[in-house]
Design a protein around this ligand. Structure first.
Ligand code: SF4
Length: 447
């Protein structure tokens, strides 16, 4: 059911708590160095490598990326990345165990195969990849040639996320991403032939000229390719923040209720095709590790969205990358030259971050469980952290209104979202975010 008050609220996606727009300069390279040195030696790490380049710019894009005009620029970036890997590994001390590696962007497959292999080799030499490590890469099917597929396989990549968004030619033209279905099909075939069989597809709703029929057709098409996971993201139109989005015709965008209907149709289509709904924007085949993690309370949420990642800390590399440690979050310089200059003089290229107080950790854990499980016992989470649950009293006052609207049921300190509330999980989570105070900020639409 479409509830305008909730669907049109602009809310964080809570891939971190506090969200990245609340990071500040008080967390600098010195603070980060202390956090790295203080990590438990047995802590398992997840490594994130950001490649901020694409062959062309999609107009809906909200990522930190740019179009490099020559390959030298990408080569130089890779050489700074290799230095940054050394810097961070030195700050960490002995080789740390790694359970998960993720290359995102941007377009990681814009890298020449030799560069991709050099980065993978550097990570393997400076960290201890555990048996069964998941090595995931975001792939743009445009430009994925055989040499790149071979490099992914040689580097030990186990999972690929394919950017698809929508398969309708008019929608593709309106977002400057023309990508016929047979190109996606060829990418899938090539990856499977190379032995990379764990495949995700990313779709979007809320794009210009998009209709529920387009969304359903795209969902059916990627399911027909047999991908294990599908993510369906709502387009976040923030042209005041992302200049490239100004190329999108506001009048061609679906309205709030149409967006909601598109999200519902995507979920219904994927459900019909045998996918389990995971959190508020992911879908997975029931035998996929993501669905199994969701069914057994082990699902996690981080900057990559919903993940099966047992790591205690995420270490980010590359311009604008974000790291998550038990003490707090850090974000690297997004400006390429400033990031490279800092690394060149041996400084960790941190721009900002946030240190977590005990209450932040409590709110972070409650929000994560809510977004992953749809239910949370806040008192149990507080007890597990040796904290009183009292700071969350205000959240429960806010939740009473959502209970009145049928989004949640409340029992003592337990919040349980209803089937209706699952559509509005971000609204439920936002009740635990005191900084929001019920007022929409510069975030994306909740649905
Ligand atoms: S959507 Fe992906 S491929 Fe398109 S510009 Fe953004 S990062 Fe690059």
């Amino acid at each position: 059911m479409y509830l305008e008050r909730y669907a049109t609220a602009n809310l964080p996606r809570y891939t971190s708590y506090p969200p990245a727009n609340r990071f500040g300069p008080s967390v600098d390279a010195g603070v980060y160095r202390g956090w790295l040195a203080g990590l438990d030696p047995e802590a398992t790490l997840s490594l994130y490598v950001h490649i901020p380049f694409c062959q062309s710019l999609c107009w809906y894009c909200g990522c930190h990326t740019t179009v490099p005009n020559d390959t030298d620029r990408v080569d130089r970036y890779v050489s700074v990345l290799l230095s940054e890997i050394d810097l961070v590994a030195d700050a960490l001390g002995p080789r740390r165990p790694v359970a998960n590696v993720h290359f995102g962007g941007g377009t990681p497959t814009i890298l020449e195969p030799r560069n991709f292999l050099a980065l993978a080799a550097a990570l393997r030499s400076r960290f201890r990849f555990q048996p069964g490590v998941e090595f995931a890469v975001e792939v743009d099917p445009r430009g994925l040639d055989q040499a790149r597929i071979d490099a992914l396989a040689e580097a030990g990549v186990t999972r690929v996320s394919l950017g698809v968004q929508d398969l309708d030619p008019e929608v593709q033209r309106a977002i400057n991403r023309v990508q016929p279905f047979d190109l996606v099909e060829r990418a899938v075939d090539g990856l499977r032939r190379a032995g990379i069989t764990a495949l995700n597809a990313d779709l979007m709703y809320g794009l210009p000229h998009q209709t529920i029929e387009h969304v359903a057709r795209s969902a059916r098409a990627v399911a027909g390719l047999g991908v294990d996971r599908v993510a369906v993201f709502g387009y976040a139109h923030v042209p005041w923040f992302k200049a490239n989005q100004r190329a999108i015709d506001d009048d061609a965008l679906p309205g709030a209720e149409q967006r909601f209907d598109q999200a519902v149709v995507a979920a219904a289509t994927l459900d019909e095709l045998g996918y389990d709904a995971i959190g508020f924007d992911h879908f997975a085949r029931p035998d996929d590790p993501l669905a199994i993690a969701a069914a057994t309370g082990r699902l996690r949420r981080n900057f990559q969205g919903y993940v099966v990642d047992p790591a205690d800390a995420v270490i980010g590399f590359g311009a604008s990358s974000i790291g998550s440690l038990p003490d707090g979050y850090i974000q690297n310089e997004a400006h390429l030259k400033r990031w490279a200059d800092r690394v060149a003089v041996g400084h960790l290229p941190v721009a900002r971050g946030v240190a977590l107080a005990a209450e932040d950790r409590l709110r972070r854990a409650v929000i994560e469980r809510l977004l992953c499980d749809g239910v949370v016992d806040a008192a149990e989470v507080a007890l597990g952290q040796g904290l009183a649950v009292d700071p969350l009293l205000g959240a429960f006052e806010a939740l009473h209104r959502l209970e009145g609207d049928g989004l949640v049921t409340l029992r003592s300190w337990t919040v349980r979202t209803t089937p209706l509330g699952r559509r509005y999980l971000r609204n439920v989570a936002a009740c635990f975010d005191p900084a929001l105070g019920g007022v929409a900020g510069r975030h994306s639409r909740a649905v």
